[in-house]
Design a protein around this ligand. Structure first.
Ligand SMILES: [Zn+2]
Length: 48
């Protein structure tokens, strides 16, 4: 399986990889990389 290191999550420091073109996280508008777990937290914070 093709697994490419993209960077580290700016919030939790976890390594974020790209699997066959599928990114494990999200690049935000300010170009910071966050993993899905932290992205979900951010979404929850926004909706509160
Ligand atoms: Zn994270």
């Amino acid at each position: 399986m093709e697994k490419e290191f993209v960077g580290t999550c700016t919030l939790c420091g976890k390594s974020v990889y790209c699997h066959n073109g599928f990114l494990e996280g999200v690049v935000q508008e300010n170009h910071t990389l966050v993993c899905f777990a932290c992205q979900n937290k951010t979404e929850e914070d926004k909706s509160l």
